[in-house]
Design a protein around this ligand. Structure first.
Ligand code: VG1
Ligand code: CO
Length: 544
């Protein structure tokens, strides 16, 4: 087959954000847009020549077309072998699992994660390293720099490959192995969790559960693992068929976008356990009967209970959380006598800590939790962790959570998102706040004493790299915090995220309504940042 070198012109806007390059579908559909970015990956990762690459996506609109383009570029750039999920499908954690298991030189995952899909919505691409994790900043910076100077890309003149039949195919010299997207991932889960105990729980007659795949990638995984293997009653997995537009919904598992699922947990007839995942399967939301577990609390509960589960029987080495994530896990780490690291937002910052064996569990407030089993956050893993825990402790989600609070105290937590605001106004707001930080420590704000205020920077303890301007933190003497940062995953204007956290040690005050408890902090935050005046929004678009 003929290798073609196609002349091209650089696009100026191919800088990856918090997790890969995300743009509107129509941006990706421009001739050469995807080709340029993928060629830049190959140019920056010479070990892919002669190596093995994992490819798959979350099934969103443009997934299949993108995969055909990537396969041709891979073949023309001398990749020896591609491991491809059947139908072009792979969840992000399953891709990470395959890269590690088959010692590949990297992976390309096609997804814009929790962003909506469809011809008018979002598409994305991210590159994962040989350790299975998202490319660190040094690599994404290099890829971006390459896209600015690219002059040609290499591709093949060839027919499309059949993505739907398992087995091997050839494209030029390159071998393509089309694999079951679920199998290797399911094997890994079997090693970590007590499947027999979970099977018994599902068949006890006393336990009802729902898993909402939100018409995204986890459908096939959840059907196979929860229903077929663990014996959950048929119908446990809802919205199980991946659709290119996720059925028109937002594949973002939170109280707002997974509202229907939340409803199923309410009232006397509510189910005992409910969970959901996002577009690419790396997020999770955990609910019990009349009970919502914040992702920050979930991480803390998992850390406190890990030793009860087969995969973590010997205990955990350390934990990490992204900076805006609540400090609930810090208290567990202190209790266990292990280290707790605070990293910038984005899973890529956990990779070094995991590789160096400094941590076993990590998580983010944005419904992401994971462990050293792969190098991505893992939605279904978190669900299985909770199911295993429920089976072992024979208590409800609510009982486990409240007991945890009594022991460690409760971190009330809420995030306010102001979406699609004017980018300049958002930058100006952050700058205005940044300028005030120095004067804040020691001041009293609404009866709370500020103990520190800074522009968060992270020094990676493993490779010594430094990442600056990762969000503004204001910490109070009573343990409360306010955090502001701008999103790095949006595709329209800017998104301001405001994170509020308030600590309560007294069990008598641990069952209050989160919004009521965090309201005073919201007022302080609004007062300092003048959010409504500066953004023109009197209220956040999404409050979780
Ligand atoms: C958001 C979350 C962050 C998460 C990222 C990717 O980023 O806040 O915690 O790692 O999405 O998640 P941002 O920059 O918009 O705040 V996902 O499920 O896209 O892969
Ligand atoms: Co995701």
């Amino acid at each position: 087959m003929k290798v073609l070198s196609v002349p091209t012109l650089p696009f100026p806007d191919q800088r990856p954000g918090t997790s890969g390059l995300r743009k509107k579908v129509r941006v990706f559909q421009q001739p050469h847009y995807l080709e340029n970015f993928v060629q830049a990956i190959f140019d920056c990762r010479p070990d892919l020549r002669g190596g093995t690459l994992v490819v798959g996506g979350d099934g969103r609109y443009f997934n299949r077309e993108a995969i055909q383009i990537i396969l041709r570029l891979a073949a023309a750039n001398g990749v020896a072998q591609v491991i491809l999920g059947q139908g072009g499908l792979l969840s992000t954690p399953a891709a990470s699992c395959l890269i590690r298991k088959y010692k590949c030189q990297g992976g390309i995952v096609l997804s814009a994660s929790h962003n909506p899909g469809g011809p008018e919505a979002d598409f994305g691409i991210k590159f994962n390293m040989p350790n299975g994790g998202p490319a660190p900043e040094g690599v994404t910076d290099a890829i971006f720099a390459r896209t600015r100077e690219i002059q040609s890309f290499h591709t093949l003149e060839s027919a499309d490959i059949d993505l739907d039949i398992q087995g091997t195919a050839r494209l030029g010299e390159m071998l393509i192995e089309v694999v079951d997207p679920v199998e290797d991932y399911a094997k890994l889960m079997r090693k970590l969790f007590d499947f027999q105990a979970i099977h018994q729980l599902f068949n006890s007659g006393l336990f009802r559960a729902r898993f909402d795949a939100m018409h995204a990638i986890t459908g096939p995984y959840a059907l196979s693992i929860l229903e077929q293997e663990l014996g959950a009653e048929p119908g446990t997995v809802i919205n199980a068929v991946p659709l290119p537009d996720f059925g028109g919904g937002h594949p973002d598992p939170n109280l707002v976008h997974a509202h229907e699922l939340v409803q199923l947990t309410q009232g006397r007839r509510g189910v005992d356990f409910a969970a959901a995942s996002d577009g690419d399967g790396d997020r999770n939301m955990i609910l019990g009967k009349n009970c919502f577990v914040t992702p920050s609390d979930s991480l803390a509960v998992l850390a406190a209970n890990a030793h009860r589960l087969p995969g973590y029987r010997d205990g955990i080495r350390g934990v990490a959380r992204s900076m805006p994530t609540s400090q609930a896990v810090d208290r567990v780490a202190e209790h266990l006598g292990i280290e707790c690291y605070e990293t910038p937002t984005g899973w890529k910052y956990f990779g070094n800590l995991l590789d160096a064996g400094k941590i076993s569990l990590c998580g983010e407030e944005s419904f992401g939790t994971g462990s050293d089993h792969v190098r991505e956050k893992d939605g279904l893993w978190a669900v299985l962790f909770w199911l295993n825990l429920l089976a072992v402790r024979q208590q409800s989600v609510e009982q486990i959570l409240q007991k945890h609070w009594r022991q460690f105290g409760r971190h009330y937590y809420s995030r306010h998102d102001y979406e699609g605001i004017d980018s300049q106004a958002a930058e100006a707001l952050i700058q205005w706040l940044r300028d005030q930080l120095r004067g804040l420590p020691g001041r009293e704000l609404d009866g709370r004493r500020v103990s520190y205020a800074d522009d968060f920077a992270y020094l990676d303890p493993v490779d010594g790299s430094r990442s600056e301007h990762q969000g503004l933190r204001i910490g109070f003497a009573d343990g409360a915090r306010i955090v502001y940062r701008l999103s790095g995953t949006g595709t329209e204007g800017a998104t301001l995220r405001l994170y509020l956290e308030s600590y309560e040690a007294d069990p008598a005050a641990q069952l209050l309504e989160t919004q009521a408890v965090t309201q005073p902090l919201y007022r302080i935050a609004e007062g300092l940042a003048q959010i409504s005046a500066r953004t023109g929004r009197s209220q956040a678009d999404v409050i979780t």
